[in-house]
Ligand binder design. Sequence first.
Ligand SMILES: Nc1ncnc2c1ncn2[C@@H]1O[C@H](COP(=O)(O)OP(=O)(O)OP(=O)(O)O)[C@@H](O)[C@H]1O
Ligand SMILES: [Mg+2]
Length: 621
Amino acid sequence: MTRIRILPEILSNKIAAGEVVARPASVVKELVENSIDAGSTRIIVEIEQGGRKLIRVSDNGQGMGRDDALLCLERYATSKIATDPDLFAIRTLGFRGEALPSIASVSRFTLISRETDADVGTQIEVAGGRINKVSDAGAPPGTLITVAGLFYNTPARRKFLKSIDTEMGHIADTIASMALCRPAVQFRLSHNNRIVKSWAPAAEPMDRVADVLGAAIKKELYTVDRATADIEVSGWVASPRMNRSTARGIYLFVNGRWVKDRVIQHALFAGYSGRLMKRQYPVSVLFLRVPFDQVDVNVHPTKHEIRFVRQKMVHDTVRDAVVDALRQSDPTRWKANEPRSTELVQGPATVSEPHAEYEMPSTHDHSFTQVGDAVDRKAASSDHAAGAENRQKSVPSADPVTIPAPPIDPTACYGKPAHQALLWKPRFFADLTVIGQYKGTYIICESQDGLMLIDQHAAHERIVFEQLKRHYNARRPAAQRLLLPETIDLGFRETHILEKLAPELDRFGLEIEPFGGNTFVVKAVPTLLDSSGISGLVTQLVEKTAELGVGAEMETILDECLMVMACHNAIRAHQQLTGTQIKAMLEQLDACDNPSHCPHGRPIWIQWRVKDLEKQFQRIV
Ligand SMILES: Nc1ncnc2c1ncn2[C@@H]1O[C@H](COP(=O)(O)OP(=O)(O)OP(=O)(O)O)[C@@H](O)[C@H]1O
Ligand SMILES: [Mg+2]
């Protein structure tokens, strides 16, 4: 007697449902995708009790005749692919032919469908995968599917359902995603007979984005637009100031399919790099178009995961497209886009209107590690002790800022050429009228558009960060040899890390050599860095690298090291600066690729527009 048997279809459908139908929102996703594939222009979703009690999706798509309506409940029955090659060039959202039978196997399922030119529709009633009744039904063209008592026959699954609010939240997210990539389709979502969302067909994709994400964000969106022979990336990225604490504001689509893809998400974060702080997530809507044979959507039953044939190309194009788009949020770029005429008086915001109300950043809770306070590099480099002492005092007013203005360099990342547009950098910060310094911490400036506050530490950190990076890329670090080399003793693990890190640090001009056992000696220091307290800094670099873990990429490690070094060297808060020093700093800020955020992602400046100030003083209504 054989022990192995083929499972009955109802049971295999239930097993498939385990993957396809995780929760009510997955049912909604599958049904709405079918409606979209059927060419519907109106999709109505009705939910009761967070989907536990009822999920109903009706559409005005092409509908099904009786034979098709019966067939669609069979496993592997699909109208969307027919041959092997079809599987590698999928143009529809569905293709597996398993969603409906899976859903019908774990619910009380009713399907009513009518083809546009048919006189009558068909109604099929199914319970737990068994067809109970098939009849004619009067119905409008299109399809209506009702899923009642989800998981009523699989109590173990029902137990995993979360609260009504949570499940409803997932459903609303699902509809929002679908609505974002199908702006011409009308969507309506109701819960317990009350309309929750209703999206009219939108003439412009941006109108739908504003509908879904909220009108307030519209002014804060920057257009993403990049096309190569292999890929098109379009959509919007929101100003970093609109960040969220979860990834729920990130919507990614590939060839019209809503996906949760790690490669694109990583590229998006890489594009925002230096503009967001830890645990901040961007808000973005990105559409990728790649040739159908360049993406495998048959990776997981939920079809959320995909695989690109040329993953790195996709990653780098998305990252660069996001970087480009976010540059529009930097004040130098407002000016770069402006006609160089008297229209300039209109102020930067005439171009992208990025700032409606207060230019308040959303985060203020950043604390820096206090590793050094040097401003006067000359003093510090010629005499450690004197340098250390200088750091405690405010800088004498005659002292010029000793950081040389960096040459404009077309390299933005390690060894990678930046976009050509960067070669020409307009002045923005250097043209500001400096009013003064507030609390020895913020520089108050007048811009054409309003009143600006610049955080001097954040600004200087950014400047030093980018200068060090340029030196690294140019492989010509300006370093000074230490008269008395400093020794560092490390633990076993740290020794191992520094052995690996040292050749890279050498490219910054930080020369460290092994001195036997766990001891190292620092022989030279980049001129941009204060050499006093250098052993503390190196220890910090090693600790930071250890924190990142063994799997971290060298680029990430170097960025973190640069942040530590920049912070070590940047001028501090509560530090009086002279007019010359401020001016030099503003000029150097203009030369930065990202003059809006410190390397940790904290904002460098905030602005109040004249218009908003006048409104507050009730000069205008
Ligand atoms: N709303 C609808 N309007 C018209 N036809 C539909 C609708 N829903 C389903 N169908 C038909 O039923 C078939 C089966 O649907 P089902 O969702 O089970 O599989 P699929 O969409 O082909 O693939 P997948 O399992 O990947 O979703 C579809 O191929 C389609 O022909
Ligand atoms: Mg389907």
